[in-house]
Design a protein around this ligand. Sequence first.
Ligand SMILES: *Cc1c(COP(=O)(O)O)cnc(C)c1O
Length: 323
Amino acid sequence: MSAARPVTLSDIRDAARRIAGRVSRTPLRLSPYLSEEFGHPVRLKLETMQDTGAFKLRGATNALLNLGKDARAHGVIAVSTGNHGRGVAYAARALGIKCVVYMSELVPAVKVDAIRKLGAEVVITGRSQDDAEHEAMARIEKDGLSYVHPFDDPHVIAGQGTIGIEILEDMPDATNVIVPLSGGGLFAGIATAVKTMKPDTRMAGITMENGAAMIESLNAGKIIPVDEVETLADSLGGGLGNTNAYTFEATRKLIDETLLLSEDDIATAMRTLFLQDRIVAEGGGAVGIGALLSGRLKLNPGPTAIVVSGCNVDMDRFRKIIA
Ligand SMILES: *Cc1c(COP(=O)(O)O)cnc(C)c1O
């Protein structure tokens, strides 16, 4: 099997042109509090303000825009309980493409409703994400739908990478970029853009202690499965799959530093963001702030950008964390 061609800055620039006007160009807002704590300017890339409340809309929109006429006519399918399913459903509706989202029986009703409201056909099947994925593959065979992977897809990676271009446009002197890390589509895209445009920028990938699939795989030098454990950073859960073609290699090559956060670190990050900067972020979206606050990251002494990747948190849960 030949290795997949890695995503390049030119792919990311193409994605930026393609998705312009279909997703929001989010602000890179100064955090006076974090700047004071760190001793250098710290800016927050607020994907919490993206149209679906998370960056996944970028990759989903780019993936759908790259489908041929036939594929568009047949429709798309995603397996996701969260931000990816919502991003694909939203992009599909905007482009007039039929969308099917498979989820397991464990998914809470509010999430099902949100995706159904976007006009997607929701299929609830199986008792785990793996079961749902298995069923989805059978449906693809049957109906000729195009599968939109949540991270290991060159168009998805290029779409997420547009965040990296925007960060350097708004903060050309950035010396560090801190990114939440799960499957690695977000990290691989941003790091490809940033390291190509400004190679001396330090790239850190942050995740939670409970179920850190990419970091455990990087440490092992190969993809290893992890158990899914409950965590405040639910959007960072899940494994890399056993057919990973893009994100593991790209992340391995481009990452300068990784850090694992405890549940307390994540709660502190969510609280600090809200109380100091008035920003609501979900656990997975706030890990970059937790990493900076921990003082355990070895960063360049200079301007720093942190990606705050999403805001889709249950508000009852959020209130408890803030209280
Ligand atoms: C999906 C997601 C991530 C992780 O993205 P990967 O491409 O899987 O690494 C981080 N934050 C939020 C809010 C997400 O939805």
